[in-house]
Design a protein around this ligand. Sequence first.
Ligand SMILES: Cc1cc2nc3c(=O)[nH]c(=O)nc-3n(C[C@H](O)[C@H](O)[C@H](O)COP(=O)(O)OP(=O)(O)OC[C@H]3O[C@@H](n4cnc5c(N)ncnc54)[C@H](O)[C@@H]3O)c2cc1C
Length: 444
Amino acid sequence: MTQSMDYVETPKKYVSDNALVIGGGVAGMQAALDIANQGYKVYLVEKTPSIGGRMAAIDKTFPTLDCSACILTPKLSEVARHPNIELLTYSEVEKATGHEGNFTIKIRRKARYVHEDKCSGCGECAQVCPVEVPAEFEEKIGFRKAIYLPFPQATPAVYTIDMDTCINCKRCAKTCTRGAIDYEMKDKVVQLNVGAIVVATGYKLFDVSVYPRLGYGRYQNVINAMEYERLINAAGPTHGHLIRISDGKTPKDIGFIQCVGARDVNKGVPYCSRVCCMYGVKNAVMAREHDPEAKVTIYYADIRAFGKGFEEFYEMAKTRFGVNFVKGRVGEVVEDSETKDLIIEVEDINTAQLEEVRHDLLVICPGLQPPDGLETIAKVLKLEQSEDGYLDIEDTFSAPVTTTIPGVFTCGCADGPKDIPDSVTAGSAAAMRATIILSKAGAK
Ligand SMILES: Cc1cc2nc3c(=O)[nH]c(=O)nc-3n(C[C@H](O)[C@H](O)[C@H](O)COP(=O)(O)OP(=O)(O)OC[C@H]3O[C@@H](n4cnc5c(N)ncnc54)[C@H](O)[C@@H]3O)c2cc1C
């Protein structure tokens, strides 16, 4: 059955011209904006307290080294201010029934214990909160309070109380002059009627602790690429000072290990994650930008620089920034117990030599995986998942953003790893497909 046949056969079923977008990363935001700009109402559902997704936490973007937040922040406010977009953050889809043109959706709005319409985002509540816990947004390198805004540009600019760590001292409530805090707040379930759905649930990082030999989680100076992004970010926990966690010193010899978890049929995933080569190269360049004296080495299996400007960026990393590239898989990582340096074993494939190398910081570059909870979303919407766990699409060549259920589309990393430009392109494509359906509901 093709979708167009379906439209012709059952024209009366197109009831709603509202859309639902699930996931407020850059792909979902793009889809929401493109649908909203065509005059349709969009409900944008995001499970965390703020939209922005991973791009909000990334420092610079390859291949141009533009500041990620500088590109994202205007988009965050465009989404927040758009008259056709209703943001449902800290919310999750629980149930869906119906069909293309007429879906009924139940959404759980989790209690954030702060009224969105009263909170001005002033932050006085967090200043008086005595509880400090590791901040998820800072990859647990920095801290946040029990009442918190995930990051300064969080959208909406509304605080949330993490009741698992709140000690109920009520200092925040006493400080809030707007009466925004409500400890008795309960989850609410709301029901929506929409004609089309876009799933943009993104990805999670591969859990590198499945390779105990690399020492991640055991040695303080072995970190992953997302932690590195926060460490070099001027808005991050160290205000952009790249330091070793063990002693706060500036690293002088940094190793990046590529392809961890990706293209590994034994312990990892068989597919290539498409973004790790370039984010690894970017982060190596950034290390040299931060400290031109630092020695920087990338251990790689292949460098896949397939996108526009990528090959040139890779060449520039070697020639202009002096990044050292070693083709070879890293074996055992051992910590020097005195200095907390890392000694790695690596076979340099080009020289066929087994070498022992010392670094004072190791950055692991993991592949991407489907996010936690994608199975639940797939079950609720009756979507199929492909073997790799991402959402299945109808046809790679002619319908790359169409899922196996009519009226439900996918974009960004929900159906497989993508970089930001490809995620945005897919967001626009999914929006276009969605509005074809929405337009059937009324005279638009
Ligand atoms: C270390 C690192 C560096 C990178 N650097 C770059 C770079 O420089 N340039 C580049 O082009 N790309 C880079 N990338 C890739 C980039 O992160 C992705 O291309 C981009 O984030 C994909 O956007 P997305 O919207 O698909 O997913 P995400 O950014 O993951 O957003 C998905 C959103 O959906 C939400 N969500 C998930 N499940 C649900 C649910 N069930 N209900 C509601 N909401 C849900 C999530 O909370 C999240 O907000 C990098 C990746 C990594 C790991």
